[in-house]
Design a binder for this molecule. Structure first.
Ligand SMILES: [Mg+2]
Length: 445
């Protein structure tokens, strides 16, 4: 089961005004990337992992919103709760994806699997308000491929006797474990479909791709897939690193590499639906000495700017300027399943009940005085009279707020002075509309 355009769908759920409109979720900064794009935005060629500037160029009419991972996680927990009620064996893969292996469906005919999938999809849509596509087949790889083919808003059950016909027509890149490097190795010997890989002699596959990987990929290409559906222990950290072809000494080049690895690790962090408290920078110099330096925040964050700024600050602490460096790596640990909204993400508000201490790290954390409050497009706010809303735009001392939640109709937009005392920062979880007149509540169920 894979949720359709999950981040953007949750935005459309909690902000009725953007339903049916192109929505881009992601960082707005010059290096921001798209974390989620609604199907309406995809029609213009915008998609996930694309630089935000490029996506906005392709789809200038899109609504751009900063990610609200706590809200996505709350919706994800709701969906997974339903999934666990329907299936005894579940493996959550990410915030919007899970494998199910309901014991009751073992050996069941296709029609019963279809009924199961249709009723689960209907329940998720009705009780949560987001769309899940479902693929089913003999084995996890095929189920995953089928869920991709089922999108958007669909389901596809692949009967065992049809699995090879489907699998063999697909490009090799579709398979698990085949990245660009393996793909180009296969392309060079004229193998481009899974069927062509399956038809190779096993020894040719292993001599080309190595014993372990070659054997595994060749088996998968034959439709032999015995990967179990099982909860995995959660990783304690996510990381990314790169080794250079030539040692790098230039500081600016190194800083750019550090930021690049922070972005790579950040993608994995976001995909796992988590936030991190600790940033570790690993540097290996030309003598193969490895140095690690870490910085810890007072609360977990998934904000790319905050995390990569910490990684940058660690570089001069790890190696003196002029040191030739052969490897840099960035890892995030102290992972929290639920993001504590940190002071980095939102200026502190005098009306807010934020319990966090001051962050240890220096940075853009200093709260502006109430008279200079800054509202950012997409911020959740509460007005003493109009209730919960979100900032549509701000500037010239004014802020425009759209008052609506998942539980309301499309709301009315009103404009206030930025320092209107009736306006305060709100808990993003309130946009789910699960609370009634509980301005300081703990966020939902
Ligand atoms: Mg998805």
């Amino acid at each position: 089961m894979d949720m359709d355009a999950f981040f953007a769908s949750v935005e459309q759920l909690t902000r009725p005004t953007v339903r049916g409109r192109p929505v881009l979720v992601g960082g707005l900064g010059p290096r921001g990337t798209v974390a989620g794009a609604s199907y309406e935005a995809r029609e213009y060629g915008a998609k996930s992992a694309m630089p935000m500037a490029e996506a906005r160029r392709r789809c200038p009419v899109s609504v751009v919103l900063p990610p609200r991972f706590r809200v996505y996680q709350a919706v994800s927990r709701h969906v997974l709760g339903i999934v666990r009620e329907t299936s005894d064996v579940v493996q959550q893969v990410s915030v919007d994806e899970a494998f199910l292996e309901p014991t009751e469906l073992a050996g069941a005919p296709v029609q019963r699997v279809e009924e199961f999938a249709a009723s689960l999809r209907e329940r998720v849509q009705r009780e949560v308000g987001v769309v899940a596509s479902i693929g089913a087949g003999p084995g996890k790889q095929l189920a995953k491929i089928a869920s991709g083919l089922a999108k958007p808003d669909g389901m596809l059950v692949v009967p065992p006797e049809e699995q090879l016909e489907l699998l063999w027509a697909l490009p090799v890149r579709t398979m698990w474990g085949i990245g660009p490097v393996t793909e180009s190795k296969l392309h060079r010997i004229g193998v481009s479909t899974i069927g062509e890989l399956a038809a190779m002699h096993p020894q040719d596959v292993t001599s080309l791709l190595g014993q372990a990987i070659g054997t595994e990929l060749h088996r998968l290409a034959q439709g032999i897939d015995d990967h179990p559906v099982a909860e995995r222990a959660e990783a304690k950290q996510v990381s990314a690193e790169t080794t250079f072809d030539h040692d790098i000494t230039d500081r600016e080049t190194l800083l750019a590499e550090v930021v690049g690895q922070a972005e790579n690790a950040h993608r994995r962090l976001v995909a796992s639906g988590r936030a991190a408290r600790t940033v570790t920078l690993k540097v290996r110099d030309s003598d193969f000495t490895t140095i690690s330096r870490a910085e810890t925040f007072s609360s977990a964050t998934s904000d790319l700017h905050t995390l990569s700024a910490a990684a940058r600050r660690l570089l001069p602490i790890a190696v003196p300027p002029g040191t030739p460096v052969r490897l840099v790596g960035v890892s995030f640990s102290g992972l929290a399943t639920s993001e504590q909204e940190s002071l980095f993400d939102h200026p502190a508000d005098p009306d807010d009940d934020l319990p966090e201490a001051e962050p240890e790290a220096s940075g853009p954390a200093d709260a502006p005085p109430p008279s200079a409050r800054q509202w950012r497009a997409g911020d959740d706010v509460r007005h003493t009279e109009h209730g919960h809303g979100w900032v549509q735009g701000a500037g010239h001392g004014r802020v425009t707020v759209r008052f609506e939640t998942a539980a309301t109709e499309r709301g009315v937009a009103r404009t206030f002075s930025v320092d209107d005392p009736q306006l305060s920062t709100a808990d993003p979880l309130d946009s789910l509309g699960l609370e009634v007149d509980q301005p300081c509540g703990g966020g939902g169920r």
